[in-house]
Structure formats: C-alpha cells, structure tokens
Design a protein around this ligand. Structure first.
Ligand code: FMN
Ligand code: ATP
Length: 314
C-alpha cells in the first residue's frame, strides 16, 4: 500500500477506484464498502484508493475533534490488512476545510486522486460544512468522467440500526466491548509500547502488568476491567486488563491500559504489543487497601480463565 500523508501536493497517475471518509475503526460497514471496491478492481484492473484526513493534532489541542477508535497509525495498519493500493491522509487545513464541495470533487477526487470510479455509502458528506453528498457526486459523474456506486448501508440486524463509528463509540462508552467488537467485525484493540509504571503490580500485588499509555486522541472504553487477548512477539496470550486511572494508587495517573498476561513470565518493557478487549468484567473501583485490590485482581483473573474455558475459540 502506498501511504501519502502530510502533503497537498500529490498526484496519482493511474485510474483509481476511490472512496472517502473517516473510516474510524474500519467497521463492518466500511469493510463492505472496501470489498465492493476490490470486486470492482478485479473487473477493471484499476487501483483502489482511500481519501481521508489526518487526525489534526492542532485541532485536538483546541478540544475540537472527537477521540477515535483507531489512531492514524492503527487505521493505516487496518487498510494495509485489506490490501488497499493507496491511502491518502490529507492535511485537514483551512484551505480544504473551506473548499466548496464541487471544487473538492473536481480538483481532489477527479483531479489528484484520478478517480475513474467512486464508491460511497448513501450518507457520505464532504466539502465546506459537509455540504457535498452522494447526489452531487452523481451530478458531477459525467463531467468529471467517473462512474458512481452508492452501496446500501450495513446494518446491525439485532437493533435495526446502521453500523457507524458513532454507534461503536457509544457502545465503548458503556463498556459494551462485546457489542462493539461485533460491529467492528474484529476486537477493539490498543497498540503501544510497554512502559514502566509504579512497580507496585509485581512486587506488592503479585500481578505484574504490561502498561500502555495510549495517546489522548485514542477512545478508551468505559473505565473498568476486561477479559483480553494480547499479542506479544507474534504469540497470543489470554489476559485481564484494567482500563482507567487506577484510583487506588495515589497520584494523578494518566488513563492507561494495564494487563496481567496469563502465562507470560518475562520482562517485556519496551516491546510493542496489541491488547484486544473481549468482554467486560466490572467497573474500575477505588479500594481501601492494596490488599483488597489484590484479592479482586485474583477474582478477575479467574473470571478471565473461565471466559477462555467457555469460549475455546477465543
Ligand atoms: C485485572 C486488574 C484489575 C485492576 N483493577 C483496578 C481497580 O479496580 N482499581 C484500581 O485502582 N486499580 C486497578 N488495577 C490497576 C492496579 O492498581 C495496577 O495494576 C497496580 O497498581 C500496578 O501498577 P504498576 O504497574 O504501575 O505498578 C487493576 C489491574 C489489573 C491487572
Ligand atoms: N454501515 C455502513 N455500510 C456501508 N457503508 C458505510 C457504513 N457506514 C459508513 N459507510 C460509508 O463509509 C464511508 C466512510 O464513512 P465514515 O467513516 O466517514 O462514517 P461513519 O462510519 O458513518 O462514521 P461516523 O459515525 O463518525 O459518521 C462513507 O461513504 C459512508 O457512507
């Protein structure tokens, strides 16, 4: 996959099948859209290309954007897994923010992206104030020389609700990772490098933990304890993860993900790991003593062990 980021001065030189959007989480709806693009590629030989925006750190500082299910790095990795040919992460600057929808289609989609086909959901939006839509794409198809495919939205059959990143964020906020995972089509995950904590875990509690401090832009689920699966050096382990600020431990701890990895007995500081959350166990609590916390972690571990026994495929 060719990754084009942090520049407005690029030009694709072969005909492409383009889609556009945020693709936060790359959920089942996004996957349907990407599969449609790949089927079209089989027929036409054109390359597949995604147009998206960088998640602007400056805007984040102003408190503007929402936190995201997948960081820019995680989104890139997801698109690589789907075998997409081009991922364009366009800077979200004032110029593009104020671009009229028609100009956006002509200059960027038909121009720089060289769209021979555009594939979108019925509610796609783009351009100044999000005023551009599928109808405008249809109107400009002839003059710009692309064909347009508008796909039907993938639904959550249980609740008759369209799958969207917003829906998944709502479920994460409730701690309902099992539902979020069903909508994502794969487990919600946190990637990162294992950092040092307070060294209470192993020495005092008897439960050493691999600590991740995700960037502030990362959407974390409801603070609490989850059954997890952890990828370390190409191997999966079962685990139990606390998401939160560990209120039992003094100080203003940054929101983190702390995992006791079952069956791992070595130092992994500095390693990059992936923690996938599989099921909610309980909310995070402030305990009166570390002894009480220790007992509770022991119960949590048993709950996780039971989960894996009852779900042997996980
Ligand atoms: C399964 C599990 C459950 C946890 N639950 C809580 C909790 O409810 N409240 C809390 O304050 N900390 C909780 N923690 C976080 C511990 O306080 C933390 O792992 C411990 O203090 C070690 O931190 P350290 O790695 O910085 O030494 C939990 C940790 C694990 C692994
Ligand atoms: N459930 C779905 N089925 C098919 N296509 C979808 C679905 N959800 C979004 N899309 C399409 O994927 C593209 C990218 O969507 P985008 O990620 O911007 O929106 P979203 O998933 O609805 O997220 P949000 O809730 O943040 O608006 C758009 O063309 C959109 O219409």
């Amino acid at each position: 996959m060719k990754y084009i980021a942090d520049t407005t001065k690029f030009q694709l030189t072969e005909p492409t099948i383009v889609t556009l959007g945020k693709f936060d989480g790359r959920h089942r709806g996004h996957q349907k859209l990407l599969r449609t693009m790949k089927a079209l590629k089989e027929k036409t030989g054109w390359s597949t290309a995604i147009f998206t925006f960088s998640i602007a750190p400056a805007a984040w500082m102003k408190g503007e954007p929402e936190t995201v299910i997948t960081t820019s790095m995680e989104r890139r990795r997801n698109m690589e897994k789907m075998d997409i040919d081009y991922l364009v992460e366009y800077p979200f600057d004032d110029q593009v923010r104020h671009m009229e929808p028609e100009e956006f289609v002509k200059d960027i989609l038909a121009g720089r992206m060289k769209a021979a086909a555009i594939v979108v959901g019925p509610d796609c939006s783009f351009g100044y104030k999000g005023a551009g839509n599928a109808e405008l794409l249809r109107k400009l198809a002839g003059v710009c020389g692309y064909s347009l495919y508008v796909i039907k939205k993938e639904q959550d059959e249980d609740r008759h609700r369209d799958i969207s990143s917003t829906y998944i964020r709502e479920e994460l906020d409730k701690g309902n990772v099992a539902k979020a995972n069903e909508l994502l089509g794969e487990p919600y995950a946190i990637h990162g490098q294992v950092v040092h904590g307070n060294h209470i875990g192993g020495a005092v509690l008897g439960f050493p933990t691999a600590n991740l401090i995700p960037p502030p832009i990362k959407r974390l689920p409801r603070y609490g304890v989850y059954v997890s699966r952890v990828l370390v050096d190409g191997r999966y382990y079962g685990g139990v993860t606390n998401i939160g600020k560990k209120p039992t431990v003094e100080g203003d701890n940054p929101p983190g993900a702390e995992t006791f990895i079952i069956g791992l007995d070595r130092d992994i500081y500095g390693s990059t790991i992936e923690v996938q959350l599989l099921d909610f166990i309980r909310g995070e609590k402030k305990f009166d003593s570390l002894e009480e916390l220790k007992q509770q972690i022991s119960h949590d571990k048993e709950t996780a062990v039971r989960f894996f026994r009852e779900h042997p495929g996980e």
